[in-house]
Design a protein around this ligand. Structure first.
Ligand SMILES: C[S@@+](CC[C@H](N)C(=O)[O-])C[C@H]1O[C@@H](n2cnc3c(N)ncnc32)[C@H](O)[C@@H]1O
Length: 343
């Protein structure tokens, strides 16, 4: 849910849609911010998490990363509220260890990732993320690279079907892909409303299980355009490299593909695998000591009260772990059951 102009602090933007931070108290509990320590908020958005950390630990400092230049531009006022304590950095969280090193934030005492899109992105029709309202079919968080319209108008039918099936878990992926290709022979699909109506027509109804018929198609395209799963996998490895022993990694996800990836990462890194292959002599397989310890074995979900106040929180899941002293692992395993699909 977005609230309009709800910031109370002086200098805050007025009359703009703002993002309501999800699982805020639970994130603060998990990150356990302390004075004198350095934190990385790798998904700055509207700055709700950054501000909460800066307030909870008055001697701390935060490096705030976002790939969306408009998010950082609207966050400048917040940096002015906390002179010398909040540094803004435009970039992708898959690079967060390099961004942290450049900014003098490595090693860090905590990393928080609140993945997905913000309400400002979702609610602005010009950004093209949503089937509610009409806008250009864009979906790029960074405003750079191929748009969702480029993908639906140029990818071949089999690839479109793979994108919808794997990244949207859309059962009718092939039917929708075929309809997109047939339709674009007449004229390119340029607007969110055109795609939403096309999908609803192909599936024969506007709503499926209470959600718009195009929900999964839009999710798939958004994940593809922003290469979200591989960004997330990269960020987990980068956090493992940048965190000091005792530092905490807190990840909030919004759908099962993301949550599965985080669960797999934490399970793997928290389990000891002294000799991963029984076909190799022990000295050929470097021992992988646990690089994380679970803070919570089960994901934390929002309360009914939070969901009632902010329906967008409904599918949020928080997982957190503490960095051990073990060396970072080689970071190639990302825990996906299908090959990389990215622009
Ligand atoms: C859910 S919002 C974060 C909201 C934030 N916690 C708050 O309280 O306002 C997610 C933000 O992460 C950014 N983001 C998503 N993927 C990213 C990536 N790979 N690298 C950097 N930023 C990313 C989006 O642009 C968006 O602004």
């Amino acid at each position: 849910m977005a609230i309009r102009g709800a910031r109370s602090a002086e200098g805050a933007p007025r009359g703009t849609e703002r993002h309501v931070p999800v699982l805020l108290a639970q994130m603060l509990h998990a990150i356990a911010a302390r004075d004198g320590q350095s934190y990385i908020d790798a998904t700055f958005g509207a700055g709700g998490y950054s501000e909460a950390i800066l307030t909870a630990a008055p001697g701390s400092r935060v490096l705030a990363i976002d790939r969306d230049p408009t998010a950082l531009a609207s966050g400048r006022w917040l940096a002015e509220q906390y002179p010398g304590r909040l540094q803004l950095s435009e970039g992708q969280f898959g690079d967060l260890d390099r961004l942290a090193a450049t900014a003098g934030f490595a090693p860090a005492d905590g990393v928080v990732l609140d993945v997905g899109v913000s309400s400002m992105q979702l609610d602005d029709p010009e950004r093209g993320f949503s089937f509610q309202g009409d806008g250009p079919l864009d979906m790029r968080m960074s405003l750079r690279g191929p748009t969702a319209a480029d993908v639906v108008n140029t990818a071949d039918e089999a690839r479109l079907a793979d994108i919808l099936f794997h990244l949207g878990e859309e059962k009718s992926a092939r039917t929708i892909a075929r309809a997109i290709v047939t339709r674009r022979h007449q004229r390119p699909i340029a607007r969110t409303s055109e795609l939403a109506q096309l999908v609803a027509r192909v599936l024969g109804r506007e709503k499926i299980a209470g959600r718009h018929a195009a929900t999964r198609t839009f999710q798939a395209l958004r994940i593809y355009v922003n290469d979200e799963l591989f960004e997330l996998a990269g960020a987990l490895g980068a956090a493992e490299r940048v965190l000091a022993p005792g530092g905490r990694l807190v990840v909030i996800t919004f759908h099962s593909l993301e949550d599965r990836l985080v669960k797999h990462f934490f399970r793997e890194r928290a389990a000891s695998q002294p000799h991963a292959s029984r076909h190799l002599p022990p000295q050929a397989e470097p021992s992988k000591r646990p690089s994380f310890q679970f803070l919570n074995h089960r994901p934390v979900s929002p309360t009914d009260t939070e969901v009632a106040a902010n329906p967008r929180a409904r599918s949020a899941r928080l997982r957190a772990a503490v960095r051990t002293e073990a060396k970072p692992w080689d970071a190639d395993s990302v825990g996906l059951s299908f090959p990389r699909l990215g622009p």
